[in-house]
Write a protein that binds this ligand. Structure first.
Ligand code: UDX
Ligand code: ADP
Length: 477
């Protein structure tokens, strides 16, 4: 079976870029991305490509090439499913906030709803592909829902039949387009040979055959959770060592470089920071913990839980350290926050370490001036919704525990007592520290949680500098 029409349910960070690259590389396939969120679909259809709802380097060019040709964005979910040979499920699967498994298990209500829509609207034979990251054995649920509709007659006169595949996405935000265009591997899990080969043929348009791996459904689902858990574990490992470096006088950059030369360890994913964020790492590990507990593997569950615990500790230790260095109080002090996104080159703030660090400082009464080149104000307002207020007048700006989103670095640092670098945006790497220091209130600090600034230049300009895993270069001038 050769695929001619694809429908992707969910026009988010995964569905949008993935389908754009499939459409770009497979001009013979019509790809329709559907979403219930009208504003999101409107943004995908905006003639101004700088207004796409997902910011990813290179994505505007890909969408510009294919949109209207063989890439379509729509809220008309049912006809798009009916016309599709293959339906990707790319909906949100956040951690449950209440009920059984709250705080650990994934909330599968959107997966179930979209599977039910496919069951109701599909015509003839349809291959259903799980793209969202899911707990192991979710395909069983999807299969059960689809099976209930299987065999019913359809408008085309053909009985409905389904095959379910797992095809997890390994793209990282900020490099989504290049990860999709040149993946380390594509993983396809399933037990229906025909369906597996049909999906392999889609990827075969641009991915070398030896990088297309085929496994059973459960291995594919578990591989995604395991890959993310291993990556997150490396970050917690290096962050734990960053604290030890600060205590002992070692330099975490030097330690990371030294261990990375061991080819068994390698250099990647050894950057210390304020802790990992993003929609996947924490959610996937919590999922793994839940699964292990469910199967009675409590030691295994505790092992992975410690990776998440260390991540939370790194965030709170940075907030505490800022308060300590600023003479034990930040009440009424202005602190410039450099970067709110969970990493550079994305406008995504999900699970960003900036959220908890800012929340802790707001609790302590700080006034935060937040600068991020891509994150918009309403996003920050949503993330910081609990607790401190957004000032809406000049007078309120003078109150304690408030924040404002500012449009420039200059505005952020005006009369600030400290700067905290939380995202490694390029624009923070090459700053005029003399100029910045001249606008701050002395004694002033820079806390570089990403180790990206020119610490020497900041120090020479009269600022005390703390860098993660390196400690402090104090300036008492
Ligand atoms: C991750 C996985 O990399 C990707 O394969 C999966 O599909 C989705 O989850 P993503 O969350 O987009 O991708 O970004 P990633 O580059 O993995 O970074 C995650 C977090 O870890 C970020 O907050 C980042 O700043 C942090 N990080 C990463 C570090 O602190 N140090 C590092 O060395 C690498
Ligand atoms: P991800 O990072 O996994 O792509 P997002 O939250 O960015 O997650 O995107 C998921 C998208 O899926 C959202 O835009 C949401 O509106 C959409 N969605 C969820 N359920 C459905 C559904 N049943 N039909 C259509 N779209 C859906």
């Amino acid at each position: 079976m050769s695929i001619r029409t694809i429908c992707c349910i969910g026009a988010g960070y995964v569905g949008g870029p993935t389908m754009a690259v499939i459409a770009d590389r497979c001009p013979g396939i019509q790809v329709t991305v559907v979403d219930l969120n009208q504003a999101r679909i409107d943004a995908w259809n905006d003639p101004d490509l700088s207004k796409l709802p997902v910011y990813e380097p290179g994505l505007d060019a890909v969408v510009g090439r294919c949109r209207g040709r063989n890439l379509h964005f729509s809220t008309a979910v049912e006809p798009a499913i009916a016309a599709a040979d293959m339906v990707f499920l790319s909906v949100n699967t956040p951690t449950k906030t209440k009920g059984v498994g709250a705080g650990q298990a994934s909330d599968l209500r959107w997966i179930e709803a979209s599977a039910r829509q496919v069951a109701a609207c599909a015509q003839g034979h349809t291959i259903v592909v799980e793209k969202s990251t899911l707990p192991v054995r979710t395909a069983e649920t999807v299969q059960a829902i689809l099976s209930a509709a299987q065999g019913n007659g359809t408008g085309s006169g053909q009985p409905k039949t389904f095959a379910v595949l797992s095809n997890p996405e390994f793209l990282a935000e900020g490099t989504a387009v290049s990860d999709l265009e040149n993946p380390d591997r594509v993983l396809i899990g399933g037990d229906d040979e025909g369906a597996i080969e049909a999906l392999a043929e889609v990827y075969g348009h641009w991915v070398p055959e030896q990088r297309i791996l085929r496994t059973n459904l459960w291995s594919s689902e578990l591989s995604k959770l395991t890959a993310n858990a291993f990556l997150a574990q490396r970050i917690s490992s290096i962050n734990s060592i960053s604290a030890l470096c600060e205590a002992t006088g070692a330099d975490v950059q030097e330690v990371a470089k030294a261990i990375g030369f061991d080819s068994r360890i390698g250099h990647k994913f050894l950057k210390p920071g304020p802790g990992f964020g993003g929609s996947c790492f924490q959610k996937d590990i919590l999922n793994l913990v839940y699964l292990c507990s469910h199967y009675g593997l409590h030691e295994v569950a505790d092992y992975w839980q410690s990776v998440v615990n260390l991540n939370g500790w790194q965030q709170s230790r940075i907030a505490r350290l800022v308060v300590q260095r600023l003479f034990g109080t930040v009440t009424g002090k202005t602190i410039a926050i450099f970067g709110f996104a969970f990493k550079a080159d994305t406008n995504d703030t999900r699970e960003s370490p900036a959220i908890s660090i800012c929340a802790d400082l707001l609790d302590e009464g700080a006034r935060l001036t937040i600068y991020d080149p891509k994150v918009n104000e309403s996003q920050i307002a949503g993330d910081l919704a609990t607790g401190a207020s957004k000032p809406d007048s000049k007078d309120q700006l003078l109150t304690e525990g408030s924040w404002s989103k500012v449009a420039s670095i200059e505005e952020a640092v005006k009369n600030a007592d400290a700067i905290i670098v939380l995202t490694e945006w390029q624009c923070f790497k090459d700053l005029d520290w003399q100029h910045i220091a001249g606008n701050m209130r002395r004694p002033a600090w820079v806390f570089d949680a990403r180790s990206v600034i020119d610490a020497q230049a900041a120090n020479t300009a009269g600022l005390s500098v703390w860098s993660v895993g390196k400690g402090t270069q104090q300036n008492i001038s």
